[in-house]
Design a protein around this ligand. Structure first.
Ligand code: FAD
Length: 569
């Protein structure tokens, strides 16, 4: 670390001291509580490696650090009884390239997904300083992802799903890319909820996370403290991270990290200020997420407090989803809305007009970018005309299908009630209903989020045209595959508001391939590591399953590196 880095960190601390002394709590948009804490008089807990956040990345970091001989303390905000990190609420898809695949090709493919800089003509590549190392380490470690999970619990199984999602990317053909589904049954069935099922019946994220918790519980050098949210990092005079301040009830505890701290506390899905700061468009009511409500950007705030930089923090593998007026931290809870693009449905903007082929929401590569269409800004009217959008469907689809997905996510884990027949959601007003298209249009216009923008006549014309395209099996405007069975003509009609959003944000703490947290000058902050969605490596495009993958690959890298350091005392 250079002198200038010391200056940077120390001067921040000095600012905080001044702020404390003068009673000025907020300086430059931050507060004393967010900044680094000085060493305490006494430590309440200690371990070689302290891992903040017990999700997939935290579990993998803890296991790797423990296997390298370190004592590990996992700090987790949620209760043990209802411990639902995103890694558990997830679909359970992860990548594990073939061990005998071409590693050079795998590195190229990974680099393309991480930064896009090796794809001719692509513009994104803004992290060349870390992407080569990230891709190199990924190419060496990711093929071991599935074997690693199986080593934790021999009962754990994988079901093979697919190969490379981006077949034209460099290395895609030779890399031996593979994605798998986590399961204890040997089968892949996304529709079967497995919360509260015995281990041998578990699938999805339930299987994935169960496997990790089995691995954690088998290691007696790992302890987990639940209901213990971390709030600040402790640094010494040299700016090295030497511990964590956490809360237990009303009491603050000081946790000594003899070797290092690993931040794995997830993204900022339920942090209103960060959503306003980082997300495109209206970050509060224009967005929603369908994972745990406990990911509130705490680790990002803690890292900023010791001078960490950020990287592409606004990235979120997202599309359009519905959300309900049950709010946590002032933010609506979202739900997987996989029915978008179904026959007997279409999507209109906030004015009543279609703007895209609805099936783009469900296919690669557009499915993880569709949010960009949803947050489009009208530069003349100075409005977000697609925020919200509206999924319109008829009685046929209402009866046939649950409009949201109940196997996993917020409906599957009891954050939001939603019955299979959708009737309770209609009853609650979460789905609007009209016996005629005109009645439905009037209800959309009266909805607070519509801001009275809906054009009833344009909407009725949109519906007429769409049904005509279905009858002709040809979508003249957006090229969606349509056929006569897909018409929307069975009343009553329904409208569901859709917002930009998806499973999770992709964090943004700046970190290199060794998962050292970097400051704004790109220098590592001593003894601070990170992994998971708080610092996602996949900054250009997202192949489904990438987030759990990086928990396994880079969680282990972070844990191993943290354990390797010499204790500071
Ligand atoms: C419904 C859904 C489906 C998904 N499906 C897939 C999929 O199939 N494949 C895939 O790759 N990805 C999927 N994802 C994304 C993926 O699940 C997440 O990005 C990934 O699990 C993140 O892992 P993590 O360890 O970084 O965070 P998490 O698993 O969310 O863990 C973070 C933990 O940190 C805790 N925490 C937060 N703040 C603090 C604090 N201050 N102190 C202590 N603890 C704290 C949280 O309570 C939480 O337990 C899905 C996500 C969702 C929501």
């Amino acid at each position: 670390m250079s002198d200038s880095d010391h200056v940077r960190i120390l001067s921040r601390r000095d600012i905080v001291k001044v702020a404390s002394a003068t009673g000025v709590a907020a300086l430059a948009g931050t507060s004393v509580a967010e900044a680094a804490a000085p060493p305490p008089k006494k430590w309440d807990q200690e371990a070689d490696v302290v891992v903040v956040g017990y999700g997939g990345a935290g579990a993998c970091a803890a296991i790797a650090a423990a296997d390298a001989g370190a004592s590990v303390l996992l700090l987790e905000k949620q209760t043990q009884a209802k411990h639902y990190p995103n890694s558990r609420m997830a679909g359970g898809i992860f990548h594990s390239p073939q061990p005998d695949g071409n590693r050079a090709a795998l590195k190229e493919y990974a680099k393309a997904m991480m930064s896009g800089e090796n794809i001719p003509g692509k513009l994104e590549g803004e992290q060349p300083e870390v992407s080569d190392e990230l891709a190199e380490i990924y190419s060496r470690r990711a093929p071991d992802n599935a074997p690693f999970l199986q080593s934790l619990d021999p009962d754990f199984k994988t079901a093979r799903l697919a190969g490379a999602s981006f077949p034209t990317f460099p290395g895609a053909k030779e890399a031996g890319y593979r994605t798998y589904f986590a399961t204890y049954t040997g089968k892949a069935d996304f529709n079967v909820p497995s919360l509260n099922k015995p281990k041998q019946e578990k699938m999805n994220g339930e299987a994935f996370f169960t496997c990790l918790t089995v691995g954690v519980s088998k290691r007696n050098n790992i302890r987990a403290l639940f209901e213990t949210p971390a709030s600040r990092l402790v640094t010494d005079d040299k700016g090295e991270v030497i511990g964590v301040i956490a809360k237990q009830g009303d009491k603050e505890i000081a946790v000594k990290a003899k070797r290092a701290v690993v931040l794995t506390s997830g993204g900022y899905e339920y942090n209103m200020a960060m959503r306003k700061a980082f997300l495109e468009g209206p970050g509060v009511d224009g967005w929603a997420f369908y994972g745990t409500t406990y990911n509130t950007g705490d680790g990002i705030e803690m890292a900023l407090g010791v001078g960490a930089g950020l990287m592409k923090t606004g990235k979120a593998a997202s599309r359009i989803i519905t959300a309900v007026p049950i709010r946590v931290n002032g933010l609506r809870i979202g739900l997987i809305t996989d029915s978008v693009g179904s026959p007997n449905s279409l999507v209109v903007d906030n004015h009543g007009k279609r703007y895209a082929s609805e099936t783009l929401v469900t296919v690669d590569p557009s499915r993880y970018f569709f949010y960009k269409a949803a947050v489009q800004f009208d530069i003349q009217k100075l409005d977000y005309p697609r925020s919200p959008s509206w999924m319109i469907f008829d009685e046929k689809l209402r009866k046939e299908k649950c409009i949201t997905f109940r196997g996993i996510s917020t409906a599957g884990y009891g954050f939001v009630p939603w019955a299979q027949d959708n009737l309770d959601a209609i009853e609650r007003g979460w789905i609007l209903k009209g016996d005629t298209l005109e009645e439905l249009a009037a209800k959309i216009k009266a909805h607070a989020d519509n801001r009275k923008l809906f054009d009833e006549a344009a909407f009725v014309e949109t519906m007429r045209k769409f049904n005509g395209y279905c009858a002709a099996s040809k979508d003249e405007e957006f090229g969606r595959k349509l056929d006569p069975a897909g018409v929307i003509d069975k009343p009553p009609y329904y409208a569901l508001p859709l917002y930009a959003g998806g499973p999770n944000t992709k964090g943004g703490i700046s970190a290199n391939g060794q998962r050292e947290v970097l400051n704004w000058s790109g220098k590592p902050i001593p003894r601070l590591y990170t992994a998971g969605e708080i610092s996602s490596a996949f900054k250009f495009v997202y192949q489904g399953g990438g987030n759990l993958t990086e928990c396994i690959t880079f969680g282990r890298v972070a844990g191993e590196n943290a354990a390797k350091l010499k204790p500071w005392s």
